[in-house]
Every structure is written in structure tokens, then in C-alpha cells.
Design a protein around this ligand. Structure first.
Ligand code: MTE
Ligand code: HPA
Ligand code: MOS
Length: 783
């Protein structure tokens, strides 16, 4: 029986709850191991004058203090090489590492950190997008996606609408902080255990910054206690620090960021400030759309340009825009470099147009869902994105119809209207949003993967791919896929720790494509092994059955057995076949490779087919606001997606549910608050509010439609890691919808996240406006 499509448990399910699963800081301590930590810049922007290490050096138990001078190279970056590991001249964010410390004990480390004397001249910092724009401080040149005739589109519109929409950042809040443990080997080799989504990048940057060749460094990732994008490019920094110490002292070296340091010094989701102008007809159909997307990129480029590219290619979301101009600008500020975060700019692009849909509906006094449906991509026409990719296999209309029915939208819309007319204490809001998330790395060459499949003589299999396990279940999915290739039990297949030794030049496990790419590479390896095994089986069976010729094409693998379909009775177990093949001196190991076909992108023209396919969804959320406190409660969420043919429905349900809740955090409570000097005040769970169990929607329906037409991807599945995060945008638009009941003629503008404070300020503002207009009426009457 095939195991793909079955709900087998996550391969770490028991380990995660029992504590058996190993994370970096669970690995046994070696007797001579060194602790590693760093001292960072006291200013968000400052010129380094002097580093005095003399006092720290004298502390017993301090064995090494290192600065930029100790690195063979101090310049790197995942896209643009503009980042330093240790400040040489100018610090660009508060806490930016300057000195790396190696110590024997925690006590010595604590004293050493306090004894390092750094003298700096403070420079004026820039924290916001508007300040960066005013100073023309950017990380990269602006970019465009354009189509049609904007002027003609605006001229054809019955209405114009302009606005600025701001959305905030988000901390990854993975449970395992950034961490690395490095073992030195002979001849200046290093084995780096890293909590990273990208072992190859850790290998390359450790090698480069320490003056080694790539082949002297092996990076191993068993698992991460969550990554969410935060370990796509930023796991490299602790790995280099521990690597430097391990190499210098020839002793194992470990660094694990404290939660506070992790939150303060690592990058986050990019805040955006988006300026839009939209033209539309009386029916709400968009005729022209112009948007400028500005992201707060922080101190260095990191992945900002790629995040911006995804924001730009998701500015249309699910809606056809005939005449359109999308501009993207990455601003440079004195915050830690912002980075990948589940959705990778997609949420920031998508929420902008979802916000606009609410505003168009408000101005036209229509139901926002009617406006959305009027603009939704079509199946055969109005189905080309601003960048020229055709929306193939468009499930949006089907999802819309199905969700309309399942969520009982019409009745609930009426009920919400009645509630708001009657309740003096509360307000309700209802909203339906769409998601169309492009699958593939938007950098073409990253769309490749390899896999190593080794069969052992007892018929069991080890699989190693470039994919890293961060809880999302990629190992379990690949296990299922490989088990089916040989028709064996999933228990006979184990996914091995990810290692650059087995999977060289791998891409990050990111862009939701981990299972797509690495699973496909595993299939490639399995197919070649199966061909060889089928040849061996055919030969063996023919040697026993005198009247048939050996015919590999007649060989079938089923339920742990292998047989010739002309002689099903003479079956052999998979294990017997493996033994036989071994004695025939047939290779039982294979390396597979996969590269996504048919994708391309051109920045000159801002066009191409960057995505292999789209994962889509339709989301309905209903919220309740307290008119006096601004408190928000999500009453009901309906999540309906198209995720193709699921490889593991249980894992996919977990991804849909978890991503939605993480998205709810972004749009409601997770607010990054900084002091005037750029110090992050919300740097722990006491001050940074991620959703907890009481914040969950009271009614939470998570489901997907049957769709087995996604032929372009692995077993007709679809990527699920990031797209459902965007489904939570409906919670935010539902808040906006609730406010529209009290905002009078004013468009209810709302910042994201819609925290209780934000909601309360808006409510207070509308109450004041209403009160002053009452006064005005009275005065007019008097005159
Ligand atoms: N799920 C868990 N449990 N933990 C994570 O860190 N990361 C998300 C998503 N789901 C994440 C997760 C992100 S940002 C991505 S890109 C995908 O998983 C990556 O894995 P995949 O490509 O195998 O889906
Ligand atoms: N997602 C995640 N990481 C990336 C991407 C992407 O689309 N492009 C380049 N790095
Ligand atoms: Mo996910 S943001 O692509 O790591």
C-alpha cells in the first residue's frame, strides 16, 4: 500500500515531546570545550575609535579575544557582499558584534563581556523608512514591474484612491536561538554543527572568513528548533564566531545566543511603507494600480532585494491589474539587517492590495467580497500577472465559490451588520481574503537539489538531501516518497542529518520548496536504483523460470516484494533482492538531482515566469472588538486552500494551522517597540506578544479542496510552508471592516499590526470625529 498521502507521524513527533530530539545545545559537552560569545556596539550608528581588551584578557578563564583583524576576510552577504561580521570602522546597528570572546566558564564569560572597553563616536542614526528616504539611504537601486498604460487606466477610472499603508516587522520567535558547535579536525578542517536552514552557506562563509577552502569545512544540521526564515542567512554569524575559536584553539567551541540577544541583534520580517494610487470603475473593477513599496532593510542588504522581489510579484495577489506600475525600494537603516521570514515579502505585498480592496468597497458602499470577486484572476482571460506569467490552473474562482458556501458568508455578513447596529459595547467585522503564492525561489539558480540514497543489505535505506528539518516535516515527507519508490515500509527509510559532505552546493531550505526540490531529487535517485534492481530481479527470476526471458519492464515492486508480473508467485522480498544485487556487484547507492524546468526572470523588463505554480487559498475571518478597550477576539476563521495532492495530510494540516496562527500574530499583537537609541524594548516573551492558546479563533476550520491536477510538481503535491501565513490577513481586514461601521465617511485607515492600542486609538479618533460633527450640527442649527 502506498504511504504517500497517509498520515504517518512526523519523524520527530515523539522526540519533540519527550525531549529526546537533539538541538545544538543538547549535544554532549566535550571536556575541553570553549564557550563563545560576543560584545556588540553600544550605538546604533557609531564610529569605532578604540577597543581596549587589556582588562578582559587578565580575567582567569578567558582564553581568547578576537576582533575583525583576526579574520582572513570580513566581507560577505547572501546576495550583495556588503556585510561585515565584526565592526572594523563604523557600526551600523546596536549590538553589532565587535569582539568575539572565548572562555572556559560562564562566569569568566560574563566578567569578560563587562570588561571589554569600546570607545566610539556616536553618529546620527536612521531608523524609519521615511528618514531613510529623506536621506536617500538605500541598499540597492530601485526596481520596477510595469504593464499596460497607467495614464489611460487612470483616465478610464470612475474613482481614484490614494493612500499610504504601513505594516510592521515580526520576530521569528523560534524556540531554539541561533547556535553553532564547531569541532576542529586535522589539517585545519572544521566540522560545524549549525542550527541553519542553509548548511552550504554556513560552510562557505565559515571557510571564506577564516581563510579556508570550502572542502575543509563540513556543516551538519540535524534539525532546528524552528527557523521560519530567520536561519536562512543569519545562522552564519554564530557559526563563524565558534569556527574562529575552534580553529585558533584546536578545541570544540560552542555559541548559543540568549533569547534576548537573539531578538535584539538578528534581523526580522521587513516592515514596509507602501504608497498607492488606484483607479477603479463604479463596479469596483481596478483599471490602474500604481504602488511604491518601501521596505526597511536594516543595516546590510542580506536578502532584502529578494524579499522585495517577492513583495513586488505579490502586489497583485489574486487580482488582475490591467495597467500597473510596481516600484520596489529597499531602505538602509540602523537596525539589524532584516531577513527572510515565512512569506518572504509575499505577505507585505499581498496585504497592501487586500487593504485596498476594503477601501474600494468602503468608497463604493459595496461588500468587499464583491469587489474582490470582480477583480479576481480569471481562468481563461484576465489571467496574466503584471510580470507576464499566466496563472495556470487557477483555483481561485473555485475556492471563492466553495468558501462562500462553507463559511455561510452571506448570512454572517447580515448578522454582523445587525450586530453593529445594535451593540453599544462591541463591534464585529467580517472579511474574506485570497492568497496566490508563487512557488519557486525567485532566484532561478537556487531551484536545484540533490539527494543521496543508500540501500543497506537488510533492505533498509538511508536518505540524505540538502533539505533541513525545522519542524515542517520535510524529512517525513521524503521518507514517504522514498518508501513508495521501493514499495517498502516507511520504517525501513530514515532521513539522515543534512550535511554538506553528502549534499554539496545545496540551496537553503526555504521558499516552501524543500519537499518539492529535495523530494524530487530523491525520486531521481530512487528511480535509477530501481532500474538497476529491476534488471537484477529480472535476471534472477528468468534464471529460475526457464520459459521466460529476463524482462525488467515486467518487474513490479509491491508491498515489500518484487516480482515478474508473468510469474507473480515467484516473488522475492525487497531485502532478498538487495542481497542478490549486492552479490551481483550492483551499486546500491545513488545520487539524484533535480532542477526546476521552465522558470525564468528578467529584471531589465521586470517580467518572466518566476514561479512553477501557485499555492492558493481563500480565507474568511470574523472578529469582535470591544468599543471601549480596543480588545480584539477572533470569533471564527475559515481557511480553505488548494495544496494539490497532499503527501502527508496531518503534517500539512499542522503547517496550515501553525502558519495561520503565526500570521495572526503578525497582523494583531506582535509589535516591535524600540527605544529612541534603537534598542529593542520588546525583546522577550514578556514584552513581545505572540499568539497563545486563548488567542485562537473560537471556531477554526482548516481544510483544503481536492485537486490532483498539479502535474508539474512532485506527485502532484503543492508547497504549504509559507502560503497559509497569508490567510491570516483576513483577520486584519476584518478589523478594518469592523472599524468601517463607525468611521462615518472616513476611510478606516489602520496600521498593521492591529494591536489593541492601535484599535483603541482608531475608535477614539472616530468617536471624537463623530462628537465634533455633532457639535457642528448643533452650532449650525443655532446660527
Ligand atoms: N514549520 C515549522 N514547524 N518550523 C519552521 O521553521 N518554516 C517555514 C515553513 N514551515 C517553518 C515551518 C518556512 S519560512 C519555510 S520556507 C518552509 O517551512 C520551509 O520548509 P519546506 O520548504 O520544506 O516547506
Ligand atoms: N524565498 C526564500 N528565499 C529566497 C527566495 C525566496 O523566494 N529567493 C531567494 N532566496
Ligand atoms: Mo522561508 S521565509 O523561505 O525560510
Amino acid at each position: 500500500m502506498p504511504v504517500v498521502g497517509k498520515n504517518i507521524p512526523h519523524d520527530s513527533a515523539r522526540g519533540h515531546v519527550s525531549g529526546e530530539s537533539l538541538y545544538i545545545d543538547d549535544m554532549p559537552f566535550a571536556r575541553n570545550e570553549l564557550l563563545v560569545d560576543f560584545v556588540g556596539s553600544p550605538f546604533a550608528h557609531g564610529k569605532l575609535i578604540d577597543i581596549d581588551l587589556s582588562e578582559a584578557q587578565r580575567i582567569p578563564g578567558v582564553v581568547g579575544l578576537y576582533t575583525a583583524k583576526d579574520l582572513a576576510c570580513n566581507l560577505f552577504g547572501p546576495i550583495l557582499k556588503d556585510e561585515v561580521l565584526l565592526v572594523e570602522d563604523v557600526a551600523w546597528f546596536l549590538g553589532e558584534p565587535i569582539v568575539v570572546i572565548a572562555a572556559e566558564t560562564r562566569d569568566a564569560m560574563r566578567q569578560a563581556k563587562a570588561a571589554v572597553r569600546i570607545t566610539m563616536e556616536e553618529l546620527p542614526p536612521v531608523f524609519t523608512i521615511s528618514e531613510a528616504i529623506a536621506k536617500q539611504q538605500f541598499l540597492a537601486p530601485e526596481r520596477f514591474i510595469r504593464r499596460g498604460d497607467l495614464a489611460a487606466g487612470f483616465a478610464a477610472a470612475d474613482h481614484l484612491l490614494e493612500g499610504v499603508f504601513t505594516n510592521g516587522g515580526q520576530d521569528h520567535f523560534y524556540l531554539e536561538s541561533q547556535a553553532a558547535l564547531v569541532y576542529p579536525g586535522e589539517n585545519n578542517t572544521l566540522t560545524v554543527h549549525s542550527s541553519t536552514q542553509h548548511p552550504t552557506e554556513v560552510q562557505e562563509i565559515v571557510a571564506k572568513l577564516l581563510g579556508l577552502q570550502n572542502n575543509q569545512v563540513v556543516c551538519i544540521t540535524k534539525r532546528m528548533g524552528g527557523g521560519f526564515g530567520g536561519k536562512e542567512s543569519q545562522a552564519t554569524h554564530p557559526a563563524v564566531m565558534a569556527g574562529l575559536v575552534a580553529l585558533r584553539h584546536k578545541r570544540p567551541a560552542r555559541i548559543v545566543f540568549t533569547k534576548d540577544d537573539d531578538m535584539k541583534v538578528t534581523g526580522k520580517r521587513h516592515p514596509f511603507e507602501n504608497r498607492y494610487k488606484v483607479g477603479f470603475t463604479n463596479d469596483g473593477v481596478i483599471t490602474a494600480f500604481q504602488v511604491e513599496l518601501y521596505s526597511n532593510g536594516g543595516a546590510y542588504a542580506d536578502l532584502s532585494t529578494a524579499v522585495m522581489a517577492r513583495a513586488m510579484t505579490h502586489a497583485d495577489n489574486a487580482y488582475f491589474l490591467p495597467n500597473v506600475e510596481i516600484k520596489g525600494v529597499c531602505c538602509r537603516t540602523n537596525l539589524p539587517p532584516n531577513t527572510a521570514f515565512r512569506g518572504f515579502g509575499g505577505p507585505q505585498g499581498t496585504v497592501t492590495i487586500e487593504n485596498i480592496m476594503e477601501e474600494i468597497a468602503f468608497l463604493l458602499k459595496k461588500d468587499p467580497l464583491e469587489v474582490r470577486r470582480a477583480n479576481l484572476y480569471g481562468e481563461t482571460e484576465r489571467n496574466v500577472t503584471p510580470y507576464g506569467e499566466i496563472v495556470m490552473n487557477n483555483m481561485l474562482p473555485r475556492l471563492a465559490a466553495e468558501q462562500f458556501r462553507r463559511s455561510d458568508y452571506e448570512n454572517r455578513r447580515e448578522a454582523v451588520r445587525r450586530f453593529n447596529a445594535e451593540s453599544k459595547t462591541h463591534l464585529k467585522g467580517l472579511s474574506c481574503t485570497f492568497v496566490k503564492f508563487g512557488i519557486s525561489f525567485n532566484t532561478k539558480f537556487l531551484n536545484q537539489a540533490s539527494a543521496l540514497v543508500n540501500i543497506y543489505l537488510d533492505g533498509t535505506v538511508q536518505v540524505s538531501t540538502g533539505a533541513t528539518e525545522m519542524g515542517q516535516g520535510v524529512n517525513t515527507k521524503i521518507r514517504q516518497v522514498v518508501a513508495d519508490q521501493f514499495a517498502i515500509e516507511p520504517e525501513a527509510v530514515i532521513l539522515m542529518p543534512t550535511s554538506t559532505e553528502k549534499s554539496n552546493n545545496a540551496s537553503a531550505t526555504a521558499a516552501s520548496s524543500g519537499a518539492d526540490l529535495n523530494g524530487s531529487a530523491a525520486v531521481d535517485a530512487c528511480q535509477r536504483l530501481r532500474t538497476r534492481l529491476a534488471e537484477a530481479a529480472a535476471k534472477f527470476i528468468a534464471s529460475k523460470e526457464a520459459d521466460i526471458e529476463a524482462s525488467p519492464s515486467n518487474i513490479l515492486f509491491e508491498d515489500g516484494y518484487v516480482f515478474d508480473n508473468r510469474r507473480p508467485a515467484r516473488r522475492m522480498s525487497f531485502k532478498e533482492l538487495v542481497k542478490y544485487a549486492y552479490h551481483q556487484r550492483i551499486s546500491l547507492g545513488e545520487r539524484g538531482f533535480y532542477a526546476t524546468q521552465g522558470i525564468d526572470w528578467n529584471w531589465e523588463t521586470g517580467s518572466g515566469n518566476p514561479f512553477l505554480y501557485y499555492t492558493m487559498g481563500c480565507s474568511v475571518a470574523e472578529v469582535l472588538l470591544d468599543r471601549f478597550t480596543g480588545a480584539l477576539k477572533v470569533l471564527r476563521s475559515d481557511v480553505l486552500m488548494d495544496i494539490g495532492k497532499s503527501i502527508n495530510p496531518g503534517i500539512d494540516r499542522g503547517q496550515l494551522t501553525g502558519a495561520y496562527i503565526q500570521g495572526m500574530g503578525w497582523v494583531t499583537t506582535e509589535e516591535l517597540k524600540y527605544a529612541a537609541n534603537g534598542d529593542l524594548l520588546s525583546h522577550s516573551p514578556t514584552t513581545y506578544k505572540i499568539p497563545n492558546i486563548q488567542d485562537l479563533p473560537e471556531v477554526f476550520n482548516v481544510d483544503w479542496i481536492e485537486n490532483d491536477t498539479n502535474e508539474v510538481n512532485l506527485l502532484r503535491s503543492k508547497a504549504v510552508g509559507e502560503p497559509p501565513l497569508l490567510m491570516a490577513i483576513a483577520v486584519w481586514t476584518a478589523v478594518k471592516d469592523a472599524l468601517s461601521a463607525v468611521s462615518g465617511d472616513e476611510i478606516p485607515r489602520l496600521h498593521l499590526p492591529a494591536t489593541n492600542e492601535e484599535i483603541l486609538m482608531r475608535l477614539t479618533h472616530y468617536r471624537k470625529t463623530a462628537a465634533s460633527s455633532v457639535t457642528e450640527t448643533v452650532e449650525t442649527a443655532r446660527v
